[in-house]
Write a protein that binds this ligand. Sequence first.
Ligand code: 13P
Length: 250
Amino acid sequence: MRQTLVAGNWKMNGSLESIKQLVAGITAGAADSGDTAIAVCPPFVYIPLVSELLAGSKIALGSQDNSDQEAGAFTGEISCSMLNDFGCRYAIVGHSERRALYGEDDDFTARKFAAARKAGLTPILCVGESLEEREQGITEDVVARQLDAVIKLEGIAAIADAVIAYEPVWAIGTGKTASPRQAQDVHAFIRGKLAGLDQGVADKVQILYGGSVKGSNAKELFSMQDIDGGLIGGASLAADDFLAICTAGN
Ligand code: 13P
């Protein structure tokens, strides 16, 4: 049985004050979320603060991105060892906003995945198609290509140490959620593809759904066979909304 994981991706939102309040709200309610594992991924500058505020709670910390390099002259970058210094457990790589807005391609994402894994972080590898790609009927090709770049660089066994997040780009921040059936179909495709290479890896890896998940649709999404939780954007910015999703994971 795979444990349900609900991870909040705060993106570039929040302030010192609002983040203190958000973490206080989430930690106060997290005990009621049963067996569901919870993680939050703040903007880099708030990671030290959130790390301190989460001490002693069941909530894990993650980053929204990481450098593919270990150290050196890479202005503006954050290395995985820095993330380790503040107790990060997860590292989101290949989010569609990184891919679309900052030109990060499959190979670069694979190198970030490799760097995170080498440092002992659990990469949350984001994959997903645009609306245009869905309409062209190439969703599976796109997702397969995104996965293959990582498998080619790191090998199939590496996927066992990771989390995959299927986030259809057309459902992110749009209020348009993939239906549980649409999401399940892609999750089943991903697991089936992995099973073709290594059944053990396919059985073990958590595959999260992301894209306009809310308290009102989380239960139905998470009840699908191959959906093991969610990567939450907008609804992770209010403690009550986020906790409602965490509770739906039970
Ligand atoms: P929304 O939940 O705001 O649609 O964002 C999803 C997402 O991109 C999480 O990484």
